[in-house]
Design a protein around this ligand. Structure first.
Ligand code: MLT
Length: 484
């Protein structure tokens, strides 16, 4: 849909409304180039645009004005391209490193309101889901858009648990890692390696094939993570037990010793269920953007998920929970908090686990994690770091410096303290983020694969390098440099 440009000519936006159609019909219409003026074909239940949903831009370089439609609080970046100084000009682009204010896709999966501290999966508040659901129940919701019936949940859980086993060669692959290999590096490589065991996974345009890989990945993630954990400790691998629940099976594969049947502590497995639900999805975060960008090339979901895990492994993303614990260890006791806060304010130190790109209020997940901590400590004994963390939060939230910058605890602030109390070493913390987040990555990937707007991710750039110049023979380069 071209955008007309003429001197001060206001483009009269065509009124739009939304109908839902089957993806196949959609693709047929687009393939046949059928264009129904004013009709925006998109997912069911989308909003309407009003006549004055437009932006009029005056280019002071040319005194030209342009009117472009406002679409759901956004403008299409490509609508700016017609703003040129002359026909040879490339036209305007948006410049937004790190996507500070750019929507890269449509999504109907997760809603965040950073100012109000609201998080919803498919419309359901995270607080209700964490209190009332199992992790696989929420996984079904994220992937299918609706909460499962009892029968659907039974079938779904059975299906996932029947896919927890990995090929025996995976163990040989795992054995190749050094004993102190970081579990995230192991996870990235083994998930990518799975793509060589399932060549059919490359058929990403087939919905049934996608679904098969989704179940495989969700089923096998805990197995790979547990294998990496036991490899690290030099312990024999424990096969998955599909009769157990998702989290109890994970604990079985982590901590089973010589006992014939591992009995998972129900308080700890419940805590893992809740923590997994909280980490399952968080709309367009860095690792999910990686999943969508890599997936947009139609790479198979195993290597695509490996890319997402790689993004999550960074200390600015999923690795933050490990950093929080290092920070609390360094602070050491409540007496040193005010000294540490001074270093934060002077810019020498960072208050890890505080602040968020989207939340300018208390991260709703952090509030729930805090509650879970107390339940876990009933079983494990209190992790003394919790008292340093609680004091740090109390002081920070009453300090103008943090209030003014709207810095609040995020999901990483308390989660590491619980994991440590449960017996996980800090390098395992991001693995515990990656297992449940696999569901969110796959739900976002599926959504992207069905979105008619999807194209291969290929951003433009602002070139700031050398202008065209001629080759300089090596013998002349000294002089060249001397004269530069
Ligand atoms: C997440 O859950 O991925 C983190 O909070 C980061 C984010 O949302 O950007």
């Amino acid at each position: 849909m071209g955008v007309a440009r003429a001197k001060t000519q206001a483009r009269r936006p065509v009124p739009r409304f939304v109908i839902s159609v089957d993806i196949k019909v959609l693709k047929l219409l687009f393939r046949e180039g059928v264009e129904v003026p004013g009709v925006q074909l998109w997912m069911k239940g989308q909003g309407k645009t009003m006549d004055n949903d437009t932006l009029t831009i005056t280019d002071n370089r040319t005194k030209q004005t342009y009117t472009i439609p406002i679409y759901r609080g956004t403008v299409h970046a490509t609508d700016l391209r017609q703003i040129k100084t002359d026909p040879g000009d490339f036209g305007l682009m948006t410049y937004d490193p790190a996507f500070m204010n750019t929507a890269s896709c449509h999504s109907a999966i997760t809603y965040l309101d950073g100012d109000k501290g609201i998080l919803r999966y498919r419309g359901y508040p995270i607080e209700q889901l964490a209190e009332k659901c199992t992790f696989l129940e929420v996984a079904y919701l994220l992937l299918n858009g609706e909460l499962p019936t009892a029968h659907q949940l039974e079938l779904w859980s059975g299906e996932v648990m029947s896919h927890t086993m990995t090929h025996e060669n995976v163990k040989k692959f795992m054995d190749g890692f050094h004993h102190d290999a970081h579990p995230m590096g192991v996870l990235i490589s083994t998930v990518a390696a799975l793509s060589t065991f399932y060549p059919d996974a490359r058929n990403v345009t087939d919905a049934d094939c996608r679904r098969r890989q989704v179940v495989r990945l969700i089923g096998k993630m805990p197995t790979l993570a547990a294998y990496a954990y036991r490899h690290r400790l030099g312990m024999p691998y424990v096969y998955p037990d599909p009769e157990l629940s998702y989290t109890k099976n994970y604990m079985n594969m982590l901590w089973k010793r010589t006992e014939p049947k591992y009995a998972a502590n129900p308080v700890l497995s419940h805590a893992l269920e809740v923590l997994f639900i909280l980490h399952a999805d968080h709309e367009q975060n860095c690792s999910t953007s990686a999943m969508r960008a890599v997936g947009s090339s139609h790479a198979d979901p195993f290597v695509t998920t490996a890319a997402a895990i790689a993004a999550l492994s960074g200390p600015l993303h999923g690795g933050a929970n490990e950093e929080v614990l290092r920070m609390l260890d360094e602070i050491g006791s409540k007496d040193h908090i005010s000294e540490f806060i001074k270093h934060v304010k002077s810019g020498e130190r960072k208050l890890m686990g505080f602040g968020h790109r989207v939340y300018k209020n208390y991260d709703p997940r952090a509030r729930i994690v805090k509650q879970v901590a107390e339940e876990v400590f009933e079983v494990t004994g209190r992790n003394p770091k919790i008292d340093i963390a609680l004091d740090l939060e109390r002081i920070a939230l009453s300090d103008e410096y943090f209030i003014k910058r709207r810095l609040y605890p995020n999901v990483d602030f308390y989660s590491g303290i619980i994991y440590q109390a449960m017996g996980f070493t800090p390098d395992q913390f991001t693995v515990l983020f990656g297992i449940p987040r696999t569901v969110g990555w796959l739900a976002q990937w599926q959504e992207m694969m069905q979105d008619p707007d999807t194209k291969i991710a290929r951003p433009r750039q602002v070139y700031v390098g050398e202008e065209a110049r001629d080759f300089v023979p090596i013998t002349l380069r000294d002089r060249e440099l001397a004269s530069a």
